[in-house]
Design a protein around this ligand. Structure first.
Ligand SMILES: Nc1ncnc2c1ncn2[C@@H]1O[C@H](COP(=O)(O)OP(=O)(O)O)[C@@H](O)[C@H]1O
Ligand SMILES: [Mg+2]
Length: 264
C-alpha cells in the first residue's frame, strides 16, 4: 500500500481568534508517512493553534482559518467533523495530558477504544499491546488516573490516543512540567512506536533539545510564522539563527561566556 502523498499537508494557513487576533500567518508544514515531525517555538508562538487547526478544533475555541488549506490523507480538514478525523486516524493528545481523574488508568485507556466502536475483544487486544509499550501503565491499571504521577498521566493520555488506532498521532507539549528522565522515557516510547509500527507523529514542543533529538524534521514558529524548517539534523547542528528562534544560547556563546567569567 505504498502511498507517496504526504499524510498531512498544511499549506499557507492563517488563523484568527474572534475574527480579530491573528495567531497564524501563512504556516505551511507536511508530515509524511512514518515520519516524526517537531513543531517548535516559545510560548505563544502558535503551536497549539496549529494543532487545533489540524484537528478542526479551532471553531470550538472561537478560532477561524482565514486562508490556506489543510488536508489529512486527502481529506479536507476544515470540512470534516473532529470525530470523523479521529475515526480516519488523526488523533490528538491535547495540551495538559487530560485524563479522567476519577477513572482508573485502564478505564481511561478503554475510553479511547469506545470512540471507534471497537468490539470487546479488539479492546482487550489493544490494551495488551499498550501495556507492552508502556509496562509502567500495566502496574497502575487499577489505580485512579488522578492519583498517578504526571508522567503516568501523560502515558495514559498517549495510550488512550493509541486505542483509537491513529495513523497520525498529534501531541501538544508532552514534556510540559515533567522531569527530564520522564520526558526521555516518553520520547523513547514514541520513537519505539514510530519505529515498530510506522506511526507518524507530529509533536509540538518548547523543549527543542529533546524534540530535535527524536524528530526527523522540524518547523520553528515565531509569532505565528514558520521562520525556519529543515531536517532535525540540520537544526540540531545549532546555528546561531536556530538558537535565536528557540530562545537558547548556542554552545559557543555559552563557552565564550564561561571564559569571560573565568577570566575576570
Ligand atoms: N482562545 C484564544 N483566544 C484568543 N487568543 C488566543 C487563544 N488561544 C491562543 N491565542 C493567542 O494566539 C497566539 C498563539 O497561541 P498558541 O497557539 O496557544 O501558542 P503556543 O501553543 O505556541 O504557546 C497567542 O498570541 C495567544 O495569546
Ligand atoms: Mg500551546
Amino acid at each position: 500500500m505504498a502511498d507517496n502523498n504526504p499524510l498531512l499537508v498544511i499549506d499557507g494557513v492563517s488563523a484568527t481568534y474572534n475574527h480579530a487576533i491573528t495567531a497564524l500567518h501563512g504556516v505551511s508544514l507536511t508530515v509524511d508517512h512514518g515520519e516524526i515531525v517537531a513543531l517548535l517555538g516559545t510560548n505563544g508562538a502558535g503551536k497549539t493553534t496549529t494543532l487545533k487547526a489540524i484537528s478542526n478544533l479551532l471553531p470550538a475555541s472561537r478560532g477561524q482559518i482565514t486562508t490556506g488549506s489543510i488536508r489529512f490523507d486527502g481529506k479536507n480538514v476544515p470540512a470534516t467533523a473532529p470525530a470523523d478525523l479521529v475515526r480516519s486516524g488523526l488523533v490528538q493528545v491535547l495540551e495538559g495530558r487530560h485524563c479522567f481523574r476519577n477513572l482508573t488508568v485502564e478505564e481511561n485507556l478503554i475510553t479511547g477504544g469506545i470512540g471507534r466502536n471497537a468490539r470487546r475483544h479488539e479492546i482487550s487486544d489493544d490494551l495488551e499491546k499498550i501495556y507492552d509499550q508502556f509496562p509502567g501503565l500495566k502496574e497502575k491499571r487499577r489505580t485512579l488516573a488522578g492519583l498517578t504521577s504526571g508522567g503516568e498521566q501523560q502515558m495514559t493520555a498517549i495510550g488512550r490516543a493509541l486505542m483509537s488506532r491513529p495513523r497520525l498521532l498529534v501531541l501538544d507539549e508532552p514534556s510540559m512540567g515533567l522531569a527530564p528522565l520522564v520526558v526521555r522515557d516518553i520520547f523513547e516510547t514514541l520513537r519505539k512506536l514510530n519505529h515498530d509500527t510506522g506511526l507518524a507523529i507530529l509533536v509540538a514542543e518548547q523543549n527543542s533539545t529533546v524534540a530535535l533529538k527524536y524528530a526527523n524534521k522540524a518547523v520553528i514558529l515565531e509569532n505565528g510564522k514558520a521562520v525556519l524548517s529543515g531536517t532535525a539534523e540540520r537544526l540540531r547542528s545549532g546555528s546561531d539563527v536556530t538558537n535565536l528562534y528557540l530562545g537558547q544560547k548556542s554552545e559557543t556563546s555559552k563557552t565564550a561566556h564561561y571564559f569571560t567569567a573565568v577570566g575576570t
